[in-house]
Each structure stands twice: as C-alpha cells, then as structure tokens.
Ligand binder design. Sequence first.
Ligand SMILES: [Zn+2]
Length: 338
Amino acid sequence: MDRYARQVLLSQIGEGGQQALEDSSVVVVGCGALGSSIAEHLTRAGVGDILVVDRDFIELSNLQRQHLFTEADVGEPKAEITEARLKAVNSDISITGVVDDVTCRNVEHYIKNRDLVLDGTDNLDVRFLLNDACNKNKTPLIFGACVAVHGMSMSILPEGPCLRCLFPQIPPPDSIPTCDTVGIINTLPTVVSSMQSTEAIKYLVSGQLDSRLLVMDVWERDFRTIEVSQRKSCPCCVDHTYEYLEGRALDAAVVCGRNAVHLSPPYEMSLSLDDLADSLSSRGTVRKTPHILFFTRDAETFSIFPDGRAVIKGTNDAKKAQSLYKEYVEKYVKEKYK
Ligand SMILES: [Zn+2]
C-alpha cells in the first residue's frame, strides 16, 4: 500500500476506496493529449484494469503536449507506447494498449464489462458513437474536449442528459475549429484530462458523478459549470434509438494532406474482389492484388478492400466520395447480397 499512501490518506478515498480502484476496469478511447494523460493518472492511482484503444501513430507535433511520448517514439503506435511506458510506472495493474479504429462495428466489444468509459478522442463522430454505445450498455462516459485555450468536460450518466442533449447534430467538418486549424496551448489538455481523471476516480470509489458541463478558458482563467437539461426529444438518452451505433451513415474521413477520402461502410461485409473487378471492368481501369482492388475512373482512383473499406484518391470532398462509393461499390454490394 506504500505506493498509494498519499491517496489512501484522503478522506474521500481511504483503504476502501483504494480497493475499489483496484477492482475497477475502465477503457480510455483515444490516446492523444487527453487520453494518454488520463491513462497515466489512472495507472498511477491504481485502477486495476485499463484498456487504451487508439489508431494513431506518434508525430513530432504531438510532443508539445503529449507527456508520455519522446522523440524516439515518433512513428510508433500511441497505444503500444502507452502500454509499455505505463507498465513501467505500475506493474501491479493490468494495462493493455490496442491499435484500432473505434467504429460502430467494434465499440461495444471495447466497452463491454467496463465500469467506465473515458473520452480521449479528438472528433465528434467517435464521441457520438461512444455516447450511443454507453447509453445502450448503461455505462457512464466522461467526455472531454479542448482546442486553442478552451476546454470542456461533462460526465454522462445512462439516465442523461447526454452529449446529444448538448449538441443535437454533428456540425459540418469545416465549421468547427480543431487543434489542426487553430492550435492548442499545451497546458489545456493537462487541465481537462485532470478534471476527467478526478471524475473517474470519484465515480469508481463512490459511484458519484457530476453531470454539469464544465467549460474553461485557461488563458483568461475563467472556469464555470453549467446545468445541461435533457432534451425532451433526445434520440439517445430519451428515445434510446442509436443512430451512430447502428451506423446508418457511411463514414467518410478526409485524409489530411493527401487529396483522398477514407470510407468505412456501416455494416460488416466480405467482398469478393474478383467479382467486383468483373463488374467494374467495363466502367474504368481495374487492377488487383490479393488484398486490394484498384479501380480508376476519370480523376479518381479507388483502393477497395475485402471488408468494404475504400480509399478514394483524387478528391478532398467527403460528400463526392460518398456518392462515388455508393455508385461503384455499394450498388454492387446491394445487387449481389440483397
Ligand atoms: Zn440526450
């Protein structure tokens, strides 16, 4: 218990609380500035079982604010480096890093049997997906976000209010500022992740969570909490319909700086690339390797994978890419598998 002596002294935690932390199991989704810091706090606090899921690789521009990583880690997967580093910090707990993209197909697998889900992501699509999956599975979610000098955090309980009470719809991608467009001060994620981690520890030892929204401007030293009311028509926490989890939308992500869009279909599929190549051969140029089908028409080249994912090169327009996908891939799938 020496390791935890200073927090066992806390009247809010004590030996009972420490035992509760050791018996707890959480998942941190996203391992950038928020997620890596949350994972570190919870590792040092002795949370017994921590899963970290992240798809990204460490870049030099991350080092300004992501404390777990060093220059030698550039190019390595964040989830793997986080696991290795935090195992060296606390060998008494279980910490696992998984390199994966959290989607509507696998999100429930990752949150299943976890006491708590922590949002360390940097985009609203995954947050709305977590919001749906957590509500459906009755698992609390601690949301956090930061950009420039502004941060926010809110704990979301199964009974609501939820993220969709706060933001009814995902705004168009270019309408909201991101760290890539307006930057971020490096002290901000530390504050937001500390608030999220405190809420996590509090919940795991006491079952209490504060569902008010915390908003802050660290430059102006302005912190406030705001009551969020439940929207009567909230599709998630009132109607329990899970639009993001059910994946009604074909997910399209513009690949930064590459004039390409990555598309993930909303359902599982196993495509025959040979059959698809036959059906596309009259409509453009087709080339195939065992695992990828390349299809070129006009200015665009599709790389299509057997699980239905595709990368369309030659456009930065997500909507155009979605309609191209529907025209050339989905139509074929519907005819073939209807
Ligand atoms: Zn709601």
